[in-house]
Design a protein around this ligand. Structure first.
Ligand SMILES: CC(C)(COP(=O)(O)OP(=O)(O)OC[C@H]1O[C@@H](n2cnc3c(N)ncnc32)[C@H](O)[C@@H]1OP(=O)(O)O)[C@@H](O)C(=O)NCCC(=O)NCCS
Length: 339
């Protein structure tokens, strides 16, 4: 994992918007988050730092990597994706690089795609990265406070390799989506849909508005270039779908919630994680949360939590790990692993 040095507390945010530490902690569990440097620190550079650590721990060098999968919703550029920037930064061979656009579920999706390439025998060392730089795309005025207090910057990475042991590594992954509510947690602009989203309702748009498609001064003046979230609606769906997809993974492997040694939920909101824990009847030591210190780092949250839990000695060889995510799309998924 890699997180920027700059710690931003809930009280720091009070300088920009009408909010307070009590509200943020009670509703989300977050005490502080990290924000990347203004220049020189991007989604790619943070991903590269996490990748270097992952390669060192796996005992591989950039020359050994034969595929890159990069999950993010905050890429350095609209295009090309961050995968090729990692290939360049680490001076890797001309290997394939794939970017995943599945927001909070990005890492679980990336892991699942990598798992299939390993199982098929196509690749032997896949670098999977989840990285986000949210701090430069948030509305720090009071209007955007329900979103901006939640998100933080950071990155995590893993190296996937084959194993001959059937009871080791990724046992299975389970991916889902439901696009019915795609717009309730979304960043519409810049986009190629034309700028028809005004005042949070789908409006009829005229020629003049179509002419403003993709990006315009008007959009910026109206602050339409920030993420939109209907928080309570996301919350309600997450607490149903996360336990459901965990149970799907357990049932598929003939296991029960009690068999999980460590559940690593996507760090969206501490209350969501606690609800999932309660639903599955898990003890505190069976769940790892660190949203208190990093906020929601979207595609990076699971690998950051996973790495930190391992560094703290909370994950031992042979442990059954369960990763679970839910986010914009909606997309959600789970992975069961034997460490
Ligand atoms: C966003 C979230 C923390 C909001 O908590 P909530 O209890 O649902 O709160 P509401 O949105 O109903 O807002 C309650 C009040 O707090 C206010 N509020 C919102 N953000 C605030 C902030 N940062 N500081 C202070 N007050 C705030 C609202 O304006 C509202 O005021 P009102 O009652 O006067 O209208 C919560 O809905 C959530 O975490 N949802 C899931 C989001 C998520 O996981 N997103 C990532 C996708 S994986």
């Amino acid at each position: 994992m890699y997180v920027p040095e700059n710690v931003v507390t809930n009280n720091d945010l009070k300088n920009y918007m009408d909010t307070n530490d009590t509200w943020i902690q009670e509703r989300t569990g977050i005490k502080e988050r990290r924000y990347a440097k203004r220049t020189g620190e991007t989604t790619t550079t943070m991903g590269v730092e996490a990748a270097k650590k992952a390669m060192e721990r796996a005992g591989v060098s950039p020359a050994d990597i034969d595929f890159i999968i990069f999950a993010t919703l905050s890429p350095d550029y609209y295009f090309p994706g961050c995968g090729v920037l990692v290939q360049r930064a680490l001076k890797m061979k001309e290997i394939g690089a794939l970017d995943i656009r599945n927001q909070c579920s990005g890492f679980v999706y990336a892991l699942s795609v990598g798992d299939q390439f390993i199982r098929s025998g196509m690749y032997k060392n896949i670098l999977v990265i989840g990285s986000e730089k949210h701090s430069f795309g948030l509305d720090f005025s009071t209007r955007g406070r329900n979103v901006s207090v939640i998100f933080g910057d950071g990155a995590g990475a893993v190296i996937l390799q084959p194993t001959a042991n059937d009871n080791e590594g990724i046992l299975s992954t389970h991916l889902h989506s439901d696009g019915e509510s795609a717009e309730i947690l979304a960043m519409y602009n810049p986009g190629t849909h034309a700028n028809y989203w005004t005042d949070n309702t789908l409006a009829d748009f005229d020629e003049a508005e179509i002419a403003e498609m993709f990006m315009s001064h008007n959009m910026i003046d109206k602050s339409q270039n920030f993420p939109y979230m209907d928080g309570p609606a996301v919350f309600k769906k997450a607490i149903v779908k996360m336990p459901e997809v965990i149970m799907e993974a357990l049932t598929f492997n003939n296991l029960k919630p009690g068999d999980i040694d460590m559940l690593i939920p996507h760090q969206a909101n501490l209350r969501i994680s606690q609800f999932v824990q309660q639903q599955l009847g898990l003890r505190d030591d069976q769940v790892y949360n660190n949203i208190q210190y990093y906020g929601n780092t979207t595609a990076a949250s699971i690998p950051i939590a996973w790495c930190e839990a391992w560094e703290k000695g909370k994950i031992k060889k042979g442990d059954l790990l369960c990763l679970v995510s839910f986010g914009s799309g909606f997309t959600w998924g789970s992975a069961l692993l034997r460490w």
